[in-house]
Write a protein that binds this ligand. Structure first.
Ligand code: PMP
Length: 411
């Protein structure tokens, strides 16, 4: 395991009391906390370099541009894209998936074609495809899950057909704690002439991702879940596909030349980045990438795996606790959704908050999944590299205490 204590000191937010108890932050799947190294970069940028990018010749503009484009190169290395032309800055995963649906989808999906997603998708990997299917009179189909919450690959083989144009699946689930075989799905999609889109919101922050090895055609993720700021994210796309795609937004920055009645577009990646971008956010995302790379993504992944090996068996021993996803800790990520029998997840999360523990409750933007699982909502604890076994113990104790409190009518 990595020494979390060494890294925790970089996260001032973790050192506070909530409801008179030391905070245990276990809502990392919603958003991760930011280390001082990232906060300092944001502050430094606004104090010393703030200027608009790609336009000015003055020193500050050159510094801002160099910082922003250097961050793009850091992201390129981080996900092993071939070139920075393939790394588009977005607002986050949602924007990236919408861009693919609006641009690639509109141009390539026709009436009667199929778009294949899975039953475990986040709404941002559902709704853009629903809208595309409606616009094009295409068919949206869902790959089923196994009883343990894995993608049913036999069903994937049946659902991905000659009519399929797009397959879009989460690399890691934000509810079930599973990792999906993106490379295998890409092979299935490519064999039928379809593209593979991966939602990397829950994978890029937690494991080494190599977009070339996965052979994904598109790969979207968010900065804020990987120690970066909100409002910045990345859409990776293969160059030959991006070249053929039309921009989604039009305006400054993305043009080559504007005539009176029409315009031409500049080259990748800027063709997709209309308007003044989130410059500080991009630069700070670069700092987040540096920070995570310094620890090492394999070390982060292993640390979380060790926490799951430690905590999952303890949770499984609690009577009346339903845990979603695989029962084998080796197959479960640090996202653990659960329900306490007879208690509403919101009451559970409130009771946990009273004990200083931040967990989430709700549908986790995955209503089709929850309907499939036949539950209204769940509580969810999600770990990151700065969480410790003590945090895991506090979670287990708090769940047991919550059960007791409600039993005795104390809350
Ligand atoms: N996909 C998954 C699997 C997610 O967990 C999330 C964030 N909860 C998103 C997409 C959307 O990310 P964002 O809100 O940052 O666009």
């Amino acid at each position: 395991m990595i020494n979390s204590e060494q890294f925790r000191k970089d996260f001032p937010i973790l050192f506070q009391e909530v409801n008179d108890e030391p905070l245990v932050y276990l809502d990392n799947a919603a958003t991760a906390q930011k280390p001082v190294q990232v906060l300092e970069v944001l502050k430094h940028y606004y104090e010393h370099d703030n200027a608009n990018v790609h336009r000015g010749v003055h020193t500050l503009a050159e510094r801002a541009t160099a910082g922003y484009e250097a961050a793009r190169e850091k992201v390129r290395q981080f996900i092993n894209a071939k070139e920075t032309a393939e790394v588009l800055f977005t607002r986050g995963t949602t924007t990236g998936l919408n861009w693919v649906a609006a641009s690639y989808g509109d141009a390539n999906v026709q009436e009667g074609d199929e778009i294949v997603i899975s039953r475990m998708e986040h709404h941002s990997n559902v709704v853009p495809w629903q809208e595309l299917a409606k616009r094009k009179k295409a068919v949206l189909t869902y790959i089923d899950l196994t009883p343990e919450g894995f993608l049913d690959m036999a069903d994937a083989k049946r659902k991905i057909t000659e009519r399929t144009k797009i397959v879009s699946v989460a690399h890691a689930s934000n509810v079930l704690g599973v990792i999906n075989p993106i490379k295998e799905l890409a092979e299935l999609a490519h064999a039928k002439g379809a593209v593979l889109v991966a939602d990397g919101a829950q994978s890029v922050p937690h494991m080494a991702v190599d977009v070339q090895a996965l052979d994904a055609d598109f790969y979207a993720f968010s900065g804020h879940k990987m120690c970066g700021p909100t409002g910045i994210g990345v859409l990776y796309g293969k160059r030959d596909i991006l070249e053929k795609m039309a921009p989604i937004e039009f305006g400054g920055e993305m043009i080559d030349f504007v005539y009176e009645q029409e315009s031409t577009w500049t080259e990748l990646p800027w063709k997709f980045e209309a308007g003044t971008p989130n410059i500080a956010g991009g630069i700070a995302l670069g700092a987040a990438v540096d920070y995570l790379s310094e620890i090492g993504m394999d070390a982060i992944h292993e640390h979380e795996a060790e926490l799951v090996r430690y905590v999952l068996p303890k949770l499984q021993q609690i009577e009346g606790l339903r845990i979603f996803g695989p029962s084998n800790p080796e197959q479960h990520t640090g996202v653990i959704a659960f329900n306490i029998e007879g208690l509403h997840p919101h009451d559970v999360a409130t009771a946990m908050d009273m004990q200083g523990i931040a967990v989430r409750a709700g549908h986790h933007c995955a209503q089709p999944l929850l309907s499939y699982l036949d539950v209204q909502s769940t509580a969810r604890a999600s770990f990151y590299f700065y969480n410790t076994k003590e945090d895991a113990d506090r979670l287990v104790e708090a769940i047991i205490a919550t059960k007791e409190f409600f039993k005795d009518g104390l809350i």
